[in-house]
Design a protein around this ligand. Structure first.
Ligand code: UD1
Ligand code: F6R
Length: 371
């Protein structure tokens, strides 16, 4: 049931304040007599010790689910104290890459049925790793075959392009980072800021959804383009990959997410006055580096669309003309949850304006059960 919406993708983008609320329900604990702020993941509480003792945590997934893990990687590294690596499921299998008994392997999958991810799970089980699932589908194969896990509880996702599952996956992995990290005096302030940030996220998503018309106007400008680049780094490298994936899979426009730190090592050659480039430059520890990327793109007359934190429009565009997407600020590690939303809206409007099928892009299936 699409309710008041024309397409499932549109509905699922707009219901993210509610889907995130459901994802977090019962899992964040605030207040009480001692005013403690903590987290609870029922499915993992008996396994946290083993996870903390593992030699490495390796995240495994495909497509959007891989991007969600990539978005959460920095906070997992910061809080868990365990090295975190990333594997695209098919690539792990192609290489028969190393997975050891001392590893915790985390399988991220909306459907819980993706063949590549499932085969990687079987491979990790054979190699004796602790296998953890992060799935949206209760009773799915991946949920059943993993030793333990977390349901993201985002509600049924029907549009082939994953939107609300992506934001719920990142939130679950941020909670996972808090759960593995445990309370110490030294990280107490950071933990509390993240938990407050999580409580506040649905409101921040409501704010950013107000950019709908602005994203439609931007889509009108980009309707006939051949290509769109998206530059990000740090917490928002994944946002660049995910934004580009949405644009290519539904709007059928070539789009590439680029790690901004790699700009000088190749992509800069593409920059001219015609190619549209989205640069994600919201406030975090990488902000000044992104400002210098923007200056260098301005110097080559790049056609820029800059996503920045509210109030930063004038400073990010000081070196030349650009369009700006202003978004609300949240705790840095949660910013990818907010930042992806305008890009989801952009991909949606581009698709409708270009006359393509939003919910059933050509050649794609919601659940990829063949390798
Ligand atoms: C569970 C209940 C939820 C109830 C809550 C109350 C289910 C599915 N969930 O949620 O309805 O409101 O207790 O305390 O009944 N698991 C895997 N692999 C996965 C995902 C999950 O093995 O990929 C396992 C977990 O380890 C756990 C079980 O499935 O044993 C349920 O996981 P989850 O729904 O995340 O647990 P709770 O949030 O505690
Ligand atoms: C993109 C998309 C795909 C899936 C991928 C993995 O919007 O939907 O890239 O993310 O096929 O699917 P799951 O998460 O079901 O394993």
């Amino acid at each position: 049931n699409k309710g008041k919406y024309e397409h499932y993708m549109q509905k699922e983008i707009h219901e993210q304040p509610e889907s995130l609320t459901t994802t977090m329900r019962g899992r964040l604990i605030r207040g009480g007599s001692c005013k403690a702020k903590t987290v609870l993941l029922g499915g993992l509480k008996d396994h946290l010790k083993t996870i903390r003792r593992s030699r490495r945590i390796v995240f495994i997934g495909c497509g959007t689910s891989y991007n969600a893990a990539l978005a959460a990687r920095p906070i997992l590294e910061e809080l868990s104290g365990v090295p975190v690596t990333m594997e695209i499921a098919s690539d792990l299998l192609d290489r028969q890459g190393p997975i050891y008994r001392e590893d915790t392997a985390v399988f991220v999958s909306q459907s819980g049925e993706t063949a590549d991810t499932l085969h990687a799970l079987e491979y990790a089980l054979e190699n004796g790793a602790l296998c953890v699932g992060i799935t949206n589908t209760v009773g799915s194969v991946i949920a059943r075959k993993t030793h333990c896990g977390v349901h993201i509880n985002a509600g049924c996702e029907i549009g082939v392009a994953s939107t609300k599952a992506y934001t719920s996956q990142i939130v679950v992995m941020a909670i996972l980072a808090l759960a593995i990290g445990g309370d110490t005096i030294s990280n107490q302030e950071r933990r509390e800021a993240i938990i407050d940030g999580l409580f506040d996220l649905p409101n921040k998503i409501r704010d950013v959804l107000k950019l709908d018309q602005e994203m439609k106007d931007l889509a009108k400008l980009l309707i006939a383009e051949q290509s769109l680049l998206v530059f990000g780094r740090g917490y928002n490298y994944a946002t660049a990959l995910e934004g580009a994936l949405k644009v290519k899979e539904v709007a059928l426009m070539h789009s590439e997410g680029i790690l901004a730190g790699e700009m000088k090592h190749g992509p800069l050659a593409l920059v001219d006055e015609n190619l549209p480039i989205v640069v994600i430059a919201t406030r975090d520890a990488c902000f000044s580096k992104q400002q210098s990327v923007i200056q260098q793109l301005h110097a080559r007359k790049g056609r820029l669309i800059v996503m920045c934190s509210k109030g930063d429009a004038a400073s990010v565009c000081s070196g030349g003309a650009c369009r700006v997407i202003e978004v609300s600020y949240v705790e840095d590690c949660l910013q990818p949850v907010v930042n992806v939303v305008p890009l989801q809206l952009l991909a949606y409007h581009l698709t409708v304006l270009r006359g393509y099928n939003v919910d059933q892009p050509r050649n794609l299936a919601k659940s990829v059960t063949t390798q």
